[in-house]
Design a protein around this ligand. Structure first.
Ligand code: AMP
Ligand code: MG
Length: 436
């Protein structure tokens, strides 16, 4: 399993191409650059946002921005781990001892009496140990002779069946270190130590929009030349799966002033902007024109397939923040891969993640030839992988690999990182990024 450093190191060896950047109208327009270089520009260009106090129940998947120190013990008192009889171990040194039962103690109730010599109390899991008792005989090891009499069929030792105070967490313990990610069990821990608010990173609000006169979203019959918009639907899911809120601006109209106003307005309400389409070299989309004017953009061409073009920009908002703009290509597979490889890790970094910015990569076995041509690029081939009896992940491609062929991509659970060359034969090894 590798983090960003891993994938950088992994891919760097198979890259070609120097980079040459030139300034154009204030923007940077690059010749073909390596994927590693693109990652440095994009992910390196994003910084964590300011932490805030977050309700503990909203902490799932979030990063802790400050050590969380317990102020309470878990458990907060000694209690029974089993249903049974609270006894004095010294009274039950052999099997067959009979004791007088003083009462029943349920979870949440404290016995008013003390267990004396020859006495016991029926007790339910989680109930506080009564004074005097120092062991619990499990119900399975006891015979209830009457409501007030029990026979213990097993000897007891001090501490049997008891959960001591602080056995899980002690007051003063650092339960989560700054930088750690909270999972469902972690939320439970936060609740159990009464950490109601935690210093963490806010959910990013990510605005997204799509460009293209050919795109239709309203379900109407397609006119000649039109296609149905699919990227925003897909990206909305990818953005929310990254742990962000989506602000969907839809398809932008072909009007520069309107778009500029829309972007300036949404920028005050969001932490990042994702655009789809219009970033290719030949593109003169209104988005490209407007972004060039209002943001500091870097128009990139990467030595990867699919998803060669990518734009990354920084936009100064009217409330003096600088927010990133991720300009994804419009071809649906390219859009998906460039979000996955560049935007997702950047958004994670902004939300305080330092580890696993990109998804894990494992070495897999190629089960059917993966053909490609030598073109100086890394190919991210969509594959389906399964663990076989040999304990290894085996992969095969999911079908047509064109950047417009999202159907085959929808069958994939991994991206095989196929280095430059003539492709891979059956039985070869390949690195595969697991898509979840
Ligand atoms: P572009 O990146 O704008 O040059 O678009 C490249 C290709 O992707 C074209 O065939 C577009 O029709 C298609 N495309 C662009 N945006 C979308 C979208 N939002 N949904 C589906 N296809 C798109
Ligand atoms: Mg377009």
């Amino acid at each position: 399993m590798f983090g960003l450093a891993g994938i950088l190191a992994l891919i760097v060896g198979s890259l070609w191409g120097g980079s040459a950047c030139r300034k154009f109208c204030g923007d940077t327009v690059s010749d073909v650059i390596s994927f590693v270089e693109a990652q440095k520009i994009v992910i390196g260009g994003c910084q964590p946002v300011a932490p805030i106090l977050v309700d503990c129940q909203s902490m799932s998947g979030r990063v802790v921005a400050q050590d969380v120190v317990a102020t309470e013990f878990i458990p907060p008192f000694a209690n029974t781990a089993v249903d049974g009889f609270a006894v004095r171990a010294q009274d039950v040194t052999t099997a067959g001892v009979e004791l007088e039962v003083l009462g029943v103690i349920g979870a949440g109730h404290v016995a008013s009496y003390e267990i004396g010599a020859g006495q016991a109390a029926r007790i339910m899991t989680g109930a506080p140990m009564p004074r005097g008792a120092d062991a619990v005989v499990m119900i399975e090891d006891a015979t209830e002779l009457s409501a007030t009499r029990v026979r213990c069929n097993k000897a007891a030792k001090t501490g049997d069946g008891i959960r001591e105070i602080g056995e899980d967490v002690c007051a003063g313990d650092v339960v989560f270190k700054s930088g750690e990610v909270i999972n469902a069990a972690g939320i439970g821990v936060l609740a159990s130590i009464n950490a109601r608010k935690v210093l963490s990173y806010p959910k990013l609000r990510v605005a997204m929009l799509s460009t293209g006169d050919e795109l239709v979203t309203d379900g109407s019959e397609l006119k000649p030349g039109q296609i149905r918009e699919s990227n925003l639907t897909m990206l909305a899911e990818m953005i929310s799966a990254t742990g962000c809120e989506v602000i969907n601006l839809g398809i932008v109209a072909d009007d520069e002033a309107m778009l500029e106003n829309k972007l300036r307005e949404v920028a005050t309400k969001c932490d990042a902007i994702v655009t789809s389409g219009g970033v290719g070299q030949g593109d003169f989309d209104v988005v490209k024109i407007v972004l060039s004017r209002i943001a500091e953009m870097n128009w990139m061409q990467m030595a990867i397939k699919p998803a060669k073009p990518f734009a990354f920009g920084k936009f100064k908002t009217s409330d003096a923040r600088v927010i990133p703009i991720f300009g994804l290509p419009g071809n649906p597979v390219s859009s998906m891969i460039s979000f996955e490889m560049l935007a997702r890790p950047s958004l994670r970094k902004m939300m305080g993640h330092t580890k696993n910015l990109t998804r894990p990569i494992v070495r897999a076995i190629v089960d059917a030839p993966m053909k490609r041509k030598q073109d100086g690029k890394i190919h991210f081939m969509r594959v389906f992988g399964e663990f076989a009896d040999d304990g290894r992940l085996h992969v095969r491609d999911t079908g047509p690999q064109g950047s417009h062929q999202l159907a085959a991509t929808s069958q994939a659970n991994g991206l095989a990182i196929v280095p430059d060359g003539q492709g891979l034969q059956s039985g070869a090894e390949v690195d595969v990024m697991l898509l979840g």
